[in-house]
Write a protein that binds this ligand. Sequence first.
Ligand code: ATR
Length: 278
Amino acid sequence: MKAQSRTCVIGDPISHSRSPIIHGYWLRQHELAGSYEKCHVTAEGLSAFCERLREGEYVGANVTIPHKHAIIAHLDEVDQTATSAGAVNTIWRDGGRIFGTNTDIIGFLDNLDHNCPGWDHAAGTALVLGAGGAARGILTGLRQRGFERILVANRTFANARALVATRGGEAIPWSDIPQALKKATVLVNTTSLGMNGHNPLEIDFSAARSDLVVNDIVYVPIKTRLLEAASHRGLRCADGLGMLLHQAAPGFEKWFGVRPQVTEELRALIVADIEGHR
Ligand code: ATR
């Protein structure tokens, strides 16, 4: 690593970002001399920020809302994963050029691998709720793991149909969720339902398979109503905080050359931060 590698997360707004806690923890743990800051960058400021990166002010950055798509036009190279997701969340400089990728799919898969080992063994039927940006990457991840059937239920059926037309899978009406749950081996919520300030996602798990694995990508609150209901039924669960932590690791490795671990201690730091802000 270079003596003083600077990295940051850019977004608008940016004050809520928990990425500095995650990367700060790993920098301390590995005794690295780098830094990770929050950087408020507006849409108009994206081009100037990329120039600063190109000139060497930073070795890399995370990109968050609302720039994950817009940043692509300012990068020199974007890999297949990010192109297919239509979104970049991690960038780095190499030889005066800026590269972009998307680590959300790795974050999604690593979270399930770590917290629900064997979750993809049956590679049976996956039920995905939602058809927005987050659902796109998740469908790709599920297909990589060989799921034979991927059902997509969304409030607006037309959006589910449009998504499966490009990503594969089968669109089902929102009202068919109870029926689909009888055969699903994995359920993933990618909607904003359950997030603080939104309506909860109410799912009745009484007819679900006992080996169903439930994953919510919402992480504020950490234990959503969906996860509470699933745990109550005795189902294995992976929460959205796990995905947030696991998606951060590949970026850190790119910038600092060390693959960091998602530890219980790191998780506790973020839990304390989220709960302190309630
Ligand atoms: P992201 O990029 O984070 O996935 P998004 O593109 O805004 O966010 O997608 C939000 C998803 O949550 C969509 O699938 C949306 O459904 P619609 O396509 O019908 O808009 C879903 N969603 C948002 N509010 C919802 C609600 N109250 N009930 C059901 N689904 C909801």
